[in-house]
Design a protein around this ligand. Structure first.
Ligand code: 3HC
Length: 298
């Protein structure tokens, strides 16, 4: 667990990428009293993110977890950024852009001329090498992995990944920042998939194989893991929630990085992604979300 005192000086944290993860990260930062410039290459994604954050904070207000005044103050702290120059005052920047290495590298290259020299850089990558991303920046010692979980306002963990060059002060500050957000932390070494996805994705992939080989139906597999193993969601429902393209790309990182055929993505997962059936975000994955309740697609 980090010590919030180690991050007491953090006043402004930029977030790059306003998708599923980026909007959740901006949400928890703003509720913790931190100023948040939020940037996305697509202006319409920024508008959508602000609406989503408003709706998600409303859930917390309805539950009595957040007061109406805290809601207003938090929403005021999130500032849509017109460009990367808006990050010049930040104490830290968290990158939560598309999970593609060339895109992340281009963002860091565009960002660093605008940053204060002491600004920390964190990536929310779910599986790319933190060390390799760090090496492409001007500050590998002040670069770290901060892996949040979806939905960010609800999930209690931040997995922290130190690159080989990350210094102790950066680690302590980032662990302290996670504590200020009310999150527990778990420290992972920088190997493919870190801890969470190294364990979770092979389980999801195995669930897809279980379906592919006809061992069970979608409903039977999900019911088994929900009721038999007390998982809040079945693995196929969870795969749809995360995004089947993300699941596939993490399996590919595990296979490439660890060179063990046990990480071979299930051909059925590949086929769903090829069909554009990516899960909840496209309205169809292992379930069809155009009906309520969602209907299994096989
Ligand atoms: N913002 C704020 N609050 C939210 C929220 C959001 N985006 N989404 C849900 N909530 C709140 C609800 O208001 C509710 O609050 P309450 O407990 O005080 O009543 C609570 O969360 C539960 O939500 P619901 O009642 O709507 O629904 P469920 O009880 O079905 O829970 C869930 C939803 C929390 C998503 C639960 O199903 C769950 O934990 N699923 C597993 C999620 C998981 O495994 N995430 C990790 C994915 S892996 C990952 O992200 C890593 C990446 O690298 C792939």
């Amino acid at each position: 667990m980090g010590d919030p005192a180690d991050a007491a000086h953090i006043r402004e944290v930029g977030v790059i990428g306003a998708g599923q993860m980026g909007n959740g990260i901006a949400h928890v930062l703003a509720l913790a009293g931190i100023e948040v410039p939020l940037y996305d290459a697509k202006p319409e994604a920024l508008t959508r993110a602000l609406e989503t954050i408003g709706r998600n904070v409303d859930r917390q207000v309805a539950k009595g977890l957040v007061s109406a005044e805290a809601r207003e103050a938090a929403l005021r702290r999130i500032r849509p950024a017109a460009g990367l120059a808006d990050f010049s005052r930040c104490d830290a920047v968290i990158e939560a852009a598309t999970e593609k290495e060339d895109i992340k590298r281009a963002i860091f290259a565009g960002l660093q001329p605008h940053l204060r020299e002491d600004c920390l850089l964190a990536t929310n990558t779910s599986s790319l090498s933190v060390t390799r991303l760090a090496a492409a920046t001007d500050r590998p010692a002040r670069f770290i992995g901060m892996h949040f979980f979806n939905p960010v306002p609800v999930m209690k963990l931040v997995e922290i990944i130190r690159g080989i060059a990350t210094d102790d002060a950066t680690y302590r500050t980032v662990a302290g920042l996670a504590a200020r957000l009310g999150k527990e932390t778990a420290l992972a070494e920088d190997f493919p998939g870190f801890m969470a996805n190294r364990i979770l994705m092979p389980m999801i992939n195995e669930a897809v194989y279980t379906l592919y080989e006809g061992v069970g139906t979608i409903e039977a597999i999900d019911t088994t893991m929900k009721l038999g193993c007390n998982h809040p969601m079945g693995p196929l429902e969870l795969a749809d929630f995360i995004g089947l393209d993300t699941c596939l790309s993490i399996m590919q990182v595990l296979l490439d990085g660890l060179s063990d055929t046990k990480y071979r993505p299930c051909p059925l997962l590949v086929k769903y992604v090829e069909a554009g059936w990516l899960g909840r975000k496209t309205g169809r994955g292992f379930y069809d979300y155009s009906v309520t309740p969602p209907r299994p697609t096989r």
